[in-house]
Design a binder for this molecule. Structure first.
Ligand code: XMP
Length: 324
């Protein structure tokens, strides 16, 4: 029967044989799949694996720094790319959800292509990066379009115009026979930290599709603050691990409130928490009223610019998990 230890042993020796002294480049997202794939590749080929982590400025609060630090801690050969301003620039004035996704996908490919060239240029003459590592898992293989992580972003865009150079690489996908729960077990066997293995799914376009309408750095900042309070409270109350995915949504409306004897006219955020097995269907989670009350108070009292918090009680279908 299948065990994670046996999988790791076989996968590492297969990768060693397949890759020999070749160099591999790979984009990491901070998510479970790409992280576990990278650790596995790293066990097989060590420093010949070159990882790139792009900050599109649409991650959770402090996530870029924390994830980069964990990657370094794991011994991965990782390069962070701070591309925030370039993404904000390209997204400026755009409010249609699919348009945002296209811009982010294309900008991500540009950043990765540039980073891949930089990696190549630092290698000794005659040594070429030959492979593109990807965290593709079995459900991604069987679905025509996968939804998670930068690997999906690459796939859904690679028939648009001329291919970037890294697309000419051969692809290595060490997890493409595994289901999500098996990926977590493999990650555990490899010693990947529980806080990484237990992370909720997070969409590739990140907060861009949780800010309804136009994205501005100020809205990103407000949303990150509110979301940080929400997620921290879920963790502290023990609800984080009982929820499949949770997040905060910045609504494109302002509403009237009152503070002291002043009338306020500020933003609204919605909290979302769902239970699901695969994201295809999802039920909204009945979080306790006391917990919701605490989160709402904390957000309204601490996040300047928000005077109202609502809770999303819609299931999928007919709603979706994300609002865009
Ligand atoms: P929906 O909103 O379609 O989401 O019910 C189902 C799952 O997919 C994630 N999602 C995305 N992931 N790029 C991604 O990488 C996307 O554009 C995207 N849109 C939705 C969503 O977070 C949920 O886990």
């Amino acid at each position: 029967s299948w065990t994670a230890d046996a999988f790791v042993e076989t996968a590492v020796s297969t990768l060693k044989e397949k890759l020999g002294n070749d160099h591999v480049i790979m984009a990491l997202s901070g998510g479970v799949d790409s992280t576990v794939a990278a650790v596995l590749l790293h066990q097989a080929i060590g420093k010949n694996l070159h990882c790139i982590f792009v900050d599109h400025g649409l991650l959770r609060k402090d996530e870029y720094e924390q994830v980069l630090e964990s990657y370094r801690h794991m011994g991965l050969n990782i390069k962070g790319v701070n591309a925030k301003e370039r993404f904000y620039q390209k997204l400026s004035g755009v409010s249609e959800p699919e348009h945002k996704r296209k811009i982010i996908g294309a900008a991500f490919i540009d950043e990765f292509d540039t980073a891949a060239h930089a990696v190549q240029s630092e290698l000794p003459a005659g040594i070429e990066v030959k492979w593109l590592g990807q965290g593709t898992i079995y459900p991604d293989v069987i679905e025509s379009v996968s939804v998670n992580g930068p690997s999906a972003t690459i796939k859904s865009h690679h028939n648009v115009g001329g291919l970037p150079d890294f697309m000419k690489l051969k692809v290595v996908e060490p997890l493409n026979t595994l289901f999500k729960d098996e990926v977590r077990k493999v990650g555990k066997a490899l010693g990947v930290a529980p806080n990484i293995l237990g992370r909720h799914p997070f969409p590739g376009p990140g907060l861009a599709i949780r800010i309804l309408g136009e994205i501005t750095p100020e809205k990103v900042r407000i949303l990150q603050e509110a979301d940080d309070i929400y997620i921290r409270n879920l963790r502290e109350s023990g609800w984080y691990d009982r929820v499949w995915q949770a997040g905060t949504i910045f609504l494109p409306v302002q509403s009237v409130g009152v503070m002291g004897d002043e009338r306020t006219y500020e933003h609204v955020v919605a909290l979302r928490a769902v239970g699901s097995l695969d994201g295809m269907t999802a039920d909204w989670i009945h979080l306790p009223y006391e917990l919701l009350a605490k989160i709402s108070n904390e957000i309204i009292n601490h996040v300047k610019g928000i005077n109202r918090v609502v809770y999303d009680i819609s299931s999928k279908p007919p709603a979706t998990i994300e609002w865009e």
